[in-house]
Design a protein around this ligand. Structure first.
Ligand code: 9MR
Length: 395
């Protein structure tokens, strides 16, 4: 066991003993091997969290999040339906605790997400008669939502996913209720309202499968237009919901370069690597889903991921981080979508109830080979060579 891996062993041993408090004294934290320390000269390393990871229900998890990551994104609790469930009614108890946790621990907090077609209740788009609300009313609702939410966390949330998943795969704009009722201008307006509410916050467009050339082309055209119109857009989030084969490293490379050329920061905002077989054919109802989950061909690793697959996943993460490191400077953050495999949305999508292994930590919080592949992707500078750039800390 080499030194850096040994440090991590101490971390997980501490967790298993349930007496884990790596941050309880100033020195302990710096002795641990962590993603955030390893990548501190490269880019931020973030994670999406569910409530238990910051509400101190589970101190070991909280310590884990603090020990490994320097940025956090709420997986669900800042979405419209969570904070703004009814007209004129906001609910901030959970998000306040989340922000407090992030601020207290000096983390770069991401607000996810302001304007999305999903997890937004129907009332937002409806009038009192149940028909579509008119354009001006919808714009006013959007302004109220953005200014209330962004305004509340002004100076505390460092970056917002202002618009989420707004493009179709063919590069046209998604025909969401926002688009249908307000028209394309809803995008510029969302950025404008967010900028007014917090001029210091970074503002992002976040989407999946931007590695697909047609979708990327549409996104680039849109971002050019927004920039030409003087709209404040800081960056673009590539969600990074990948599998073992897609996208190819070269496609990731080109995608980051393409957006970087627009003068935007690029982030990987929701990284995970699906290792399960894809569903044959289209969507099914819940019953079909349950049957599929029981089918060993579609849920082949119910009890454990075989070593050969662990290694394959590790190689996949190594190749992705190889590309990310090439773009240090343009790439400002890599955020994982979930802490452990047991937290992942991919256990229930696109088929409910499967056992997936998309992240760096297993269901017992142990680091997988993929974790060490990510750690080892950062080149170590030769010892005693002050002219070299400082390597990530290795203790
Ligand atoms: O991980 C989130 C899951 O818990 C929610 O049920 C789901 C609802 O749509 O949203 C998931 O997160 C999504 C993110 O907000 C936007 N990009 C895709 C993510 C995975 O679906």
């Amino acid at each position: 066991m080499n030194m850096k891996h040994k440090a991590f062993f101490l971390l997980v041993t501490g967790l298993a003993m349930a007496s884990f408090a790596p941050c309880s004294n100033g020195n302990a934290e710096t002795e641990l091997l962590s993603l955030k320390n390893t990548y501190k000269n490269e880019f931020l390393i973030g994670v999406s969290v569910k409530d238990s990871q910051f509400m101190a229900k589970n101190p070991a998890e909280t310590a884990f999040v603090k020990g490994q990551f320097n940025s956090i994104t709420p997986e669900n609790l800042l979405k419209w339906d969570a904070v703004h469930p009814q007209l004129g009614k906001y609910r901030f108890e959970e998000s306040d605790r989340f922000i407090e946790f992030g601020n207290k621990n000096g983390m770069f907090i991401i607000g996810h997400t302001l304007v999305w077609h999903s997890q937004t209740a129907d009332w937002v788009f409806k009038n009192a008669q149940g028909g579509d609300v008119d354009r001006e009313t919808l714009l006013a609702r959007m302004r109220d939502h953005i200014q209330t939410v962004v305004g509340r966390y002004k100076g505390r949330v460092r970056g917002w996913d202002v618009v989420n998943e707004i493009m179709e795969e063919n590069g046209s704009l998604r025909k969401s209720p926002w688009q249908k009722i307000i028209g394309e201008e809803y995008i510029a307006k969302a950025f404008q309202f967010a900028h007014e509410a917090d001029p210091t916050a970074e503002l992002y467009y976040n989407d999946y499968r931007l590695e697909v050339p047609g979708k990327r082309k549409g996104a680039i055209a849109l971002l050019r237009k927004l920039k030409a119109a003087g709209v404040t857009v800081t960056g673009v989030g590539l969600q990074g919901h990948y599998d073992l084969n897609w996208p190819k490293p070269q496609e990731v490379d080109e995608t980051i370069a393409d957006f970087g050329r627009l003068g935007l920061k690029v982030m990987i905002t929701e990284l995970d690597v699906d290792v399960l077989p894809s569903r044959p054919g289209g969507a099914g109802n819940a019953d079909v889903s349950r049957k599929e989950a029981a089918d060993p061909k579609l849920n082949p690793y119910k009890t454990a991921l075989p070593e050969a697959m662990q290694q394959k996943l590790a190689r996949r993460y190594a190749e992705l981080f190889g590309v990310y490191l090439k773009h240090r400077g343009t790439l400002s953050r890599v955020t994982f979508w979930g802490l452990t495999d047991g937290d992942s949305w991919l256990d229930n999508f696109p088929i409910k109830g499967r056992t997936n292994y998309p992240l760096l930590f297993d269901r017992s919080y142990h680091a997988k080979p993929a974790y060490f592949a990510v750690i080892d992707a950062v080149p170590v500078a030769p010892v005693n060579s002050p002219s070299q750039p400082q390597p990530a800390v290795r203790r």
